[in-house]
Design a protein around this ligand. Structure first.
Ligand SMILES: Nc1nc2c(ncn2[C@@H]2O[C@H](COP(=O)(O)OP(=O)(O)OP(=O)(O)O)[C@@H](O)[C@H]2O)c(=O)[nH]1
Ligand SMILES: [Mg+2]
Length: 425
């Protein structure tokens, strides 16, 4: 196993830069650079030098022994001055030590997974935490990182193993005196687990939205002030506005933090019949994105349009409140705070009940597991003659849950998951 190293902090000037070294030669490499290392899990200040004794930097050194580090391996951390020159000098020195090489993106975390320090769902939680930009994302990512999904899966798994074993015991005794019927006990287990799995599925949409963000589309007729409102909501001049109807063509996206929720606001082309080819394309895009958005804010003047594009929970609001009385005005800011509150509370309601399953991969595994458990229950109802097939279904359900946390069958997933990690993580 190679010893790997990388800059763990961001590139560029900073107060501190941390270089992390992990693997069987981490301590030897640390000693080569620093002369000596602190006690395990303690820190010490050392002069970092080249092998020829040239002084590179004065640094804080941390050492974690094998079995008590993030990766599970020997780890040495060099907390250097956050200088581009210092970092490149130390990296250059490390590259010259035989047996050491630069880590690939996510490789430290990959080793943590391989050494059983984290399960796959925790690895995904860590990736989410690093990506997190809002409070709701931070809280959810920390929950994933804590291993709650793994614990839940372990519970379901051990009960399903028991259920399958009960069925298999009956099969093994088939020619002998028939033991007490295990059907009712197995069905009790599968029913209980199905309820839990269904609850996880129910919380998936909210959790997934918190992870990737909600989309809110501003729609309405041309010239009602959609782009002006987007600019007012986002606090910047993101979209072109003009008195010419049909100004906006492409969908303009602005990322925002609303009450801790990640939200992408969409400004769209004004909806109307048009002979203008390009405007027509814009309207098609507007309809499409508005259709898939989580929430639509319909701006209108005069009588409220009976728009088929709206679904329940959507917001329609009078535009240009400065002229029309009630409603919202992107121009003067009137009613903007209220609209923000309304959007935020709608989305907060939808983000309630977020579950532990945050990715489509989780949803599919839970769905497959549930389906197999349902099949098993139906087979058990048909009598002990079907117990062997029912047990097979349960074994399939167990494997789906095992894949969920990376116990089995995940080699092909790893490259994809780790490709989203940055260098040094
Ligand atoms: N009085 C008033 N004028 C507004 C308000 N919002 C926008 N306007 C004006 O209305 C015109 C159209 O504004 P836009 O924001 O470009 O309208 P839009 O809905 O994006 O229009 P399209 O992109 O063509 O669909 C501009 O001249 C704005 O200055 C408002 O709240 N009050
Ligand atoms: Mg516009």
């Amino acid at each position: 196993m190679d010893t790997i190293y990388a800059l763990a902090t961001a590139q560029g000037k900073a107060g501190v830069a941390v270089i992390r070294i992990s693997g069987p030669q981490a301590e030897a490499a640390g000693i080569a650079l620093c002369g000596s290392l602190p006690e395990p899990r303690r820190h010490a200040v050392r002069n970092v030098r080249t092998v020829h004794g040239e002084f590179l930097d004065k640094a804080l050194i941390l050492r974690f022994p094998e079995g008590a580090s993030f990766t599970g391996e020997e780890v040495v951390e060099l907390h250097l001055h956050g200088s581009v020159a210092v970092v490149s000098a130390v990296l250059r020195e490390l590259s010259g030590i035989p047996g050491l090489r630069l880590a690939e993106p996510g490789e430290f975390t990959r080793r943590a997974l391989e050494n059983g320090c984290l399960d796959l769902a925790q690895v995904e939680g860590l990736a989410d935490l690093i990506e997190a930009e809002t409070e709701a994302q931070r809280v959810q990512a920390l929950r994933s990182l804590s291993g709650d999904l793994g614990k839940a899966v372990e519970g379901w798994r051990s009960q399903l193993i028991r259920a399958a074993a009960l069925l298999e015991a009956v099969i093994d005794f088939a020619d002998e005196e028939v033991p007490e019927d295990v059907g009712p006990e197995v069905v009790e287990i599968t029913t209980k687990i199905s309820v839990s799995l269904r609850k996880e599925l129910a919380g998936f949409d909210a959790a997934e939205r918190i992870r990737t963000g909600f989309e809110v589309a501003i729609i309405g007729a041309p010239n009602v002030g959609k782009s002006t409102l987007l600019n007012a909501l986002s606090g910047r001049d993101a979209a072109i506005t003009s008195e010419i109807a049909g100004t906006t063509r492409d969908v303009i996206e602005v990322r925002m933090d609303l009450g801790g929720l990640p939200v992408t606001l969409l400004d769209t082309a004004g909806l109307r019949e048009t002979d203008d080819f390009v405007e027509g394309l814009g309207i098609e895009r507007a309809m499409e994105r508005a259709g898939t958005a989580d929430l639509r804010v319909l701006l209108f003047e005069g009588t409220p349009p009976k728009e088929a594009v709206l679904s329940s929970g959507d917001i329609s609001i009078v535009a240009k409140a400065d002229k029309n009385g009630d409603g919202v005005s992107g121009l003067t800011g009137q009613g903007v705070d209220n609209l923000v509150k309304q959007i935020t509370s709608t989305l907060l309601t939808r983000s309630q009940g977020a579950g532990l399953a945050t990715r489509d991969r989780h949803r599919v595994a839970i769905r497959n597991s549930l389906d197999a458990i349902a099949k098993a229950s139906a087979l058990i109802d048909m009598g002990s003659i079907q117990y062997d097939i029912a047990a097979e279904e349960l074994r399939f359900a167990i494997r789906q849950l095992e894949a969920l946390i990376g116990r089995i069958d995940v080699e092909n997933l790893l490259d994809e998951i780790f490709s989203s990690f940055c260098l040094g993580k």
